[in-house]
Structures are given as C-alpha cells and as structure tokens.
Design a protein around this ligand. Structure first.
Ligand code: GTQ
Length: 342
C-alpha cells in the first residue's frame, strides 16, 4: 500500500504546494494503474432515429452562417453531458447541410474523416478536389488541408464526422484558419482517376513524390463489393478491410484508422480486447452489440463507441456492414498498440 496525501503533515503539504510540486506516490496508481488502463470513457450508443429529428431542428434553429459547421457532437457517457469527445481520442459528430447551403473553406490542425449517412448532392472540396458524398463513402480531410462543404441536391445531407480533435486539443495544438472559397478542378476525384483499381498507381518521374494523402475519398460501392468477395472465401463468412493510403499502405490518417466490416446475419463475433478505442457506425443491417456488459440493439445509421480494452461481442440478425473508426495508428506510432485474447 502506497503512502497517501493524508498521511503527510499539513504544513509539509502546504510547503509542497507553495513550492509548486506535488508528491508522486499518492497518485502513483492513478497515473500508472497496474496491468491495464482505467478508462474514463464508457460505452456509448446513439441511434439515428433519436438524433435525426434533433439535427433537423438545428437546421431550423441555427442558420449555417451562425454555425460554420452545424454539428451535434456525441458526448462520451463516461464524461457526461457537454463532453466534446466520444472516447479519449475520438470526436464524433453528426453534421447537417441543407440544400444550397455551404460550410466555408477552412483549415485546421486536427484531422477529420466523414462517413456519409444520408442524402444526395453533398460534396466536400479538399485541396481543390471536389468529392461527391454518397452514402457510406469515407472522405478524409487530413490536418493542414483546406476543406469546405457544399450541397447541390434537394434533400438534407447528413454525415458523421470523426476527428482526432481530443488528441490535438490535449496537445494544445488545436486551431483553425478561414480562407477564400476554393475553385475546384473540373475533373473527377482521384479515386476515379489515379486510383481506379487496387494495386495500380500512376507512374511518376524519378524523385517526384505523391501527395501525402493522394486519395481522400473511398467510395462505398467499391468497399461493399470488395467485402462481399472477401467474405465468400473466409472461414466464417466475415470480412474486414482496412482503409489505407494507396501509395504507401499507411493508415488513412496518422492518428486514426478505418475499417469496413461485413458480418453475415446470424453471426456471433468476439474480437480480441484492443488497447485502441473505437467507434462503430452501421452502414446497413441489424444486430446487437455488447460492450463491457452493456447491450445495444442497432440498425442502419446507428453509432456505438467502444472504450479501450473493452469486451465486445457482435451478434447479427441480418447481413450487416459496419465502419469502424479507431486510434490504433497513433498507438502503433507510440509503440503500445496491443491485443489480448478473450
Ligand atoms: O466539417 O470541417 O464536426 O472543422 C468539427 C470541426 C466538422 C468540418 C466537425 C470541423 C468540421
């Protein structure tokens, strides 16, 4: 048993505080718990059915000019109401853009990805590239890349923002700048031009390097087809694909990674305990997921958050497609990513 603060004479504690120091030993187990972290984050679950009306109400209450980004942020239940994060590292928010609206061009230090949830005609411009937003697509806006959103359709467009904002904020590195609207190049995005086929990339002259994020849109139609083909030949019918940089194979973002999962109906899946936290977004299908004993019955467009080292069990009632956002890339960079058997 380590010494406590209370064991120390009061005048000594006051002297320590005046000197601007604090003893480690009373805080030792909190700073370095034995064997595994003790997360503040708790499992979270947000149904689209419950959030959609609130988001549409935001559309009526707050014009986009007064919001810049019209977003409802998902608050980690472990941190409580007002929390600007879903896990220690992952910020999640549902963003609404109404027909004809634009969200102005800006740049910031955190990195973002959007998973398109609903609607047609939305687009994001990243570094001059106009990226159509179709349901299930993932669009990256890496830190330091200019981006703006627009909407040429007739119905509301909604997407799920996933950002590494909690990390960058913790590092006191978070800030943004506004810029003039971009004039997009008049050509399809790189996923339709340079990286149309997996395994093929444009030839470059000697010493010419690719852009750090050469492809920032991952069209869902391709992901779904790839998952189904992979699943056909997997032992249990389950398939999971990683979203990678097509030039380097690196994770989609330096901090956050993304995978797409296919689980056939009637499947039970218990992944290993992972040191990363994650968010699971349902693209299609139905099922039930238990996270540390809490059970969530999910359907299309619902979102679950999973704290570090959580016990997760998925049971599907229908064929299901899920997108998982996780912070394994930053943990691998810091060399502490870990998996433990159930
Ligand atoms: O769309 O650029 O949810 O800058 C939070 C910050 C979305 C965005 C968010 C942002 C954006």
């Amino acid at each position: 048993m380590l010494g406590t603060m209370e064991e120390l004479p009061k005048d000594y504690r006051n002297s320590l505080a005046s000197a601007g120091v604090t003893p480690l030993w009373p805080m030792m187990r909190k700073a370095l718990p034995y064997g595994a972290p003790e997360p503040v984050s708790a499992p979270g679950f947000w149904t689209y059915e419950s959030l959609r009306p609130l988001l549409m109400q935001a559309g009526e209450l707050t014009p986009v000019e007064k919001a810049e980004r019209r977003v409802l942020v998902m608050s980690d239940p472990g941190r409580g109401p007002g929390a600007m994060q879903a896990t220690a590292s992952i910020y999640l928010g549902l963003q609404l853009l109404l027909p004809g609206e634009t969200a102005p061009n800006h740049i910031h230090t955190p990195s973002a990805a959007r998973i398109i949830v609903e609607g047609e005609g939305g687009y994001t411009v990243v570094d001059g590239e106009k990226l159509p937003m179709d349901e299930g697509d993932i669009i990256l806006t890496p830190g330091g890349e200019w981006h703006e959103h627009g909407h040429e359709g007739t119905e509301p467009v909604v997407w799920l923002d996933a950002l590494d904002l909690p990390i960058i904020f913790y590092l006191e590195g978070s800030y943004s700048r506004e810029g003039k609207d971009q004039s997009p190049r008049n050509r399809p995005d790189a996923s339709q031009v340079e990286y149309l086929a997996s395994g093929l990339a444009p030839v470059r002259e000697k010493d010419v390097v690719s852009r750090p994020y050469p492809m920032v849109r991952y069209p869902w139609v391709r992901t779904e087809a790839a998952l189904l083909e992979l699943a056909k030949y997997s032992d249990n019918g389950v398939a999971e694909l990683d979203y990678v940089n097509p030039e380097t194979g690196a994770p989609a973002l330096p901090t956050l990674g993304f995978t797409a999962m296919y689980l056939p109906g009637g499947q039970t899946l218990a992944p290993p305990l992972r040191s990363c936290s994650s968010a699971i977004h349902v693209v299609k299908g139905r099922g039930r997921t238990t996270v540390n004993g809490e059970t969530f019955d999910w359907g299309p467009k619902d979102t679950i958050s999973v704290p570090v080292f959580a016990e997760v069990t998925h049971e599907t009632s229908e064929d299901a497609f899920l997108i998982r956002v996780h912070d394994r890339p930053i943990q691998e960079t810091l060399r502490y990513y870990e998996e433990r058997k159930r």
